[in-house]
Each structure stands twice: as C-alpha cells, then as structure tokens.
Design a protein around this ligand. Structure first.
Ligand code: PHE
Length: 390
C-alpha cells in the first residue's frame, strides 16, 4: 500500500478499525506516519537502463518487457501478498550514470534487488556497487564473462560470450568461410570480449583472422577501416558491435564495393538497424537470444500481449527484460522473503525456469546456459536460420 494514497490507507484502516467514525479516520489518515506502520505493502525493485542516448533501443525494449512482467505479476496479486513497485532510472547510455543511479536506488529507494543493464560496460560499472551493498542484481542481457565474476550477488539470465563466440565461429566454418576480418568497438567490453571469444574458437577450428580493425562507439565514418579490410580479401567480416554503428558500417561497406557477408552478435538488434542499413545487410547473419517467430504457446502469448500493449513486436531485450523480472518474482516467492541473503540464494537456485527466452537454469557461476538462435536478414526483416544449443 503506498503511504501517499489516502484512499487505500483509509480502506486499510477501515478493515482494522471498522467501528471508527469517519472524522476520526480522516484525522488518522492525515497522520501519514501512523498509516505507514500498516503499510509494507510494496516491494521496491530498481531498474536502470538506457531509455535515451546512443543505445536507447536497448533500454526502451528491455524496460517495456520488464514493465509488462511487473504488470502481470501485480495483476495476479503480486508476490508474498505485495505488489512490486518498479523504480526505473535512465542512464542516458552514458558511462558514469549507472554507478550514480544504482547508489541512489540502494540508499534512497531501498530496493530489494536491481534489474539491469543491457550493455556489458554499463552493467560492469554498477555490479561492484550492488556486490558491496549485498543487493542482488540480475542483468537481463549483458553477455561479457567479467560481469558475473564481480561477485556472488551478480546474476545474468542470458548466455555468455564464450558460448556466443563459438556459435558464430562454428556457423562461419560451416559456411566454408576460412578468412575472416574483424571490426571491433574498442570502447565496449562486449565487443572486445566477443572478438576474443570468436577469434579463439575460429582459429582453433582452422580459420584465419586476416585483418583486425577498431572503432569507438559514436564514430560515424568507418571508411579507413573498411578500406583496409577490403584489401585483405576476407570471406566474411565479423562486426561484434551495437546496432547504431553496425548499420553505418554495413552501408559504407557496400558503398566501398565490399560484397561479402557481415557477421555479428546479439548487439545488432536495435530499432534503427534496418532503417539505416536498408538493403546493405541483406544476406548477413547474427546470433541472438530470441526469435518472435518461435511457435511455442509461451512465446506467442508473450508476443501477443506485448504487441497489444505497445503496438510493436518484442525484440531480444524485451524478452530478456520480461524474463528477468519474472525470475526475480519467482525467487522472492521461493525465498518467502525479500531479505537479501535468502533472496540471493533463491535466485542462485533458479532451475528450469520456463522463460520466453527458453529454459533458464543458473549455474554455479550465476550464468544461464541456454541456446542461441542464428538469424539472417532478407528484404528488411529478420529470419530464423537455426537454434544452437550449448
Ligand atoms: N550482449 C550485449 C552486451 O553484453 C547486449 C545486448 C543483449 C544487446 C541483447 C542486444 C541484445 O553488451
């Protein structure tokens, strides 16, 4: 029960003291600190994400998914008889913001757990603060291995990049591509990590990395790097970046006459990818967490509810955001409390949770072991190619 809602406070008082007169009630309700003695009616949960800025698509989607889950949980009566109150903060896609926000969520809002972020570098900034304060944190989508190594209060419900790197590398080898060039975003832990994971596996499978080039998040001109890559005559180019830069890279590659496919990871998923890239990404491939074309009832229900609420289909971050909130609610229910230590243990014990992104079991390193999907791009749309299991 929110203490600032007099009508609910009044109703609660009524049920405790049915014989009190209305005037006594009014004065009691006005004395709100007294009302708060009866009101631990909500569970505050923090969420930090990039609602604006360079990776706004990540934050918008993950927030929509998380909010839909919280709405469903609350409509079904909440958890432990209480509603979840989601406190969402925008980190504006800017370094420095996650730390400030997470400190505020913990010290001022007294959240019981924190959901976020999508981008690994942002999650890595906030994770040590959650760990020091012993507040459980669940990232829906950060795949860099270092994230959960921060400590035993940091969890993720997505696969990790050593797996994702292998999935892409195996796929490239199966296509018969021997010579790969790589264009890495040096500013993102995600991109640097995925480059390492892919390279290790690709070389172990007999492939060759024929050129390595770098850029920084926010760059707009990639012609110098692409010219160097073109000269190396690769069979395909691996671009483990985020959708904003990837769409420009694809366009500029085609303008320079580069015809080989581009290959990427989950960071490609973003609303402007195809709007900006147009047909430049046709015939390219990337790995992802979720396919909205999955025919299972669970996924189709989620797609229908999401589409009805927001007027757009869910993407990977929507689905992962949704699952992260559902897993937290499930853990609170199993713990029977929101106390940090038992809640941490209950999250760690998550087993065979049936999410919209698949069956989720957390391992001893607090990572999820789950299949990835490979998607291809044709005619302005994503198309399912295959599912790869760990
Ligand atoms: N895996 C990316 C990272 O760790 C984030 C991401 C997840 C992007 C899912 C898109 C979809 O930074």
């Amino acid at each position: 029960m929110p203490v600032n809602d007099p009508s609910q406070a009044s109703a609660k008082f009524m049920s405790f003291f049915p014989s009190l007169s209305a005037s006594v009630l009014v004065s009691a309700v006005m004395f709100l600190p007294l009302a708060s003695a009866f009101s631990s009616g909500e569970i505050p949960v923090g969420e930090f994400t990039s609602l604006t800025g360079g990776s706004a698509s990540f934050g918008q989607s993950s927030h929509k998914g998380t909010a839909l889950a919280v709405e469903e949980i609350n409509a079904a009566g909440g958890v432990l008889g209480k509603k979840i109150r989601l406190i969402t903060e925008d980190d504006q896609s800017q370094a420095g913001q996650p730390a400030t926000i997470v400190r505020k969520l913990i010290s001022q809002d007294h959240v019981v757990a924190i959901l976020g972020e999508v981008a690994s570098s942002k999650t890595l900034e906030a994770a040590p603060i959650c760990q020091q304060n012993q507040i459980p944190m669940i990232t829906p989508a950060s795949t860099n291995p270092k994230v959960t190594e921060v400590g035993d209060h940091v969890f993720r419900i997505c696969f990790i990049d050593p797996f994702q790197g292998t999935v892409i590398s195996k796929f490239a080898r199966a296509r018969g591509w021997n010579r790969i060039a790589i264009l890495t975003d040096a500013k993102q832990d995600y991109s640097v990590g995925l480059t390492e994971c892919f390279t290790r596996d690709f070389v172990a499978r007999g492939g060759e990395i024929v050129r390595e080039q770098k850029y920084s998040s926010g760059d707009k001109d990639f012609k110098a790097q692409l010219t160097s890559i073109k000269a190396a005559q690769p069979d395909a180019i691996f671009v483990p970046g985020y959708y904003g830069e990837v769409s420009l890279i694809a366009k500029q590659a085609r303008l320079l006459g580069i015809k080989v496919p581009l290959l990427g990871g989950d960071g490609w998923v973003g609303d402007s990818l195809l709007k900006v890239a147009g047909k430049s990404l046709d015939g390219c491939f990337f790995s992802a967490h979720f396919s909205a074309s999955d025919k299972s009832e669970r996924v189709q229900n989620f797609v229908a509810k999401y589409q009805a609420k927001y007027g757009v289909p869910p993407d990977d971050m929507s689905a992962l955001g949704y699952d992260s909130a559902m897993i937290l609610a499930d853990a609170i229910r199993r713990a029977g409390t929101t106390e940090a230590a038992p809640l941490r243990d209950a999250i760690a014990a998550t087993k065979d949770f049936s999410g919209v992104t698949g069956l989720i079991t957390l391992d001893e390193k607090r990572n999820a072991s789950k299949p990835a999907v490979i998607l291809t791009i044709e005619n302005g749309g994503f198309h399912f190619v295959e599912t790869v299991t760990p």
